[in-house]
Design a protein around this ligand. Structure first.
Ligand code: HEC
Length: 142
């Protein structure tokens, strides 16, 4: 029986063939992701109020305690889905009512927002709750 030899050129062909094959899969999946992003993030639905609300959430470091899509600090509940969990009336009443001062309960600081600014934050949280994140984070309160 003839001895089987694994030559250098065979190794090179397997390497180049494999690398090329997976590069093509990678490029196809990247293209597919970019095709889906506009429908998923629905950035076109960002009104001036949503943009202002996002600005307020970013500049007041809400993510220093909260998570958004699982990113941020795990001290306070997830904000990505808070609009759907609690609704606009709850959030509008909640923010100016902080801190609760209840002993043993984690506290949220008092922010001096105007009614318009709170409305903008709620508009942003509503927009955020409609971003299609494939049900991320898996735990509803983050
Ligand atoms: C210093 C930490 C801290 C910061 C900063 C903070 N929060 Fe909070 N937040 C909390 C804590 C703690 C709770 C939960 C308190 C409780 O349940 O009594 C909370 C709760 C909330 C809730 C209700 C969540 C729920 O699931 O019921 C909303 C809405 C909220 N925060 C919005 C905001 C927004 C908007 C900002 C930024 C402007 C912000 N928070 C900044 C600590 C913080």
């Amino acid at each position: 029986m003839q001895q089987q030899v694994f030559t250098k050129s065979m190794a090179r062909n397997i390497f180049l063939g494999g690398a090329g094959f997976f590069l093509i899969i990678y490029l196809v999946l990247t293209y597919d992701t970019w095709q889906q992003i506009p429908a998923r993030d629905h950035a076109a639905a960002m009104t001036p109020a949503v943009i202002e609300g996002k600005y307020l959430v970013d500049t007041n470091d809400c993510m220093g305690c909260h998570t958004i899509n699982g990113e941020g600090a795990y001290y306070a509940p997830e904000l990505d889905n808070v609009y759907k969990r609690r609704g606009p009336a709850f959030i509008k009443a909640w923010i100016p009512a902080m801190p609760t001062g209840v002993p043993g309960r984690r506290q949220m600081p008092h922010f001096k927002f105007t009614q318009v600014q709170i409305g903008d934050i709620v508009a942003y949280l509503q927009w955020l709750s409609n971003v299609d994140t494939n049900h991320w984070p898996p735990n509803i309160q983050g």
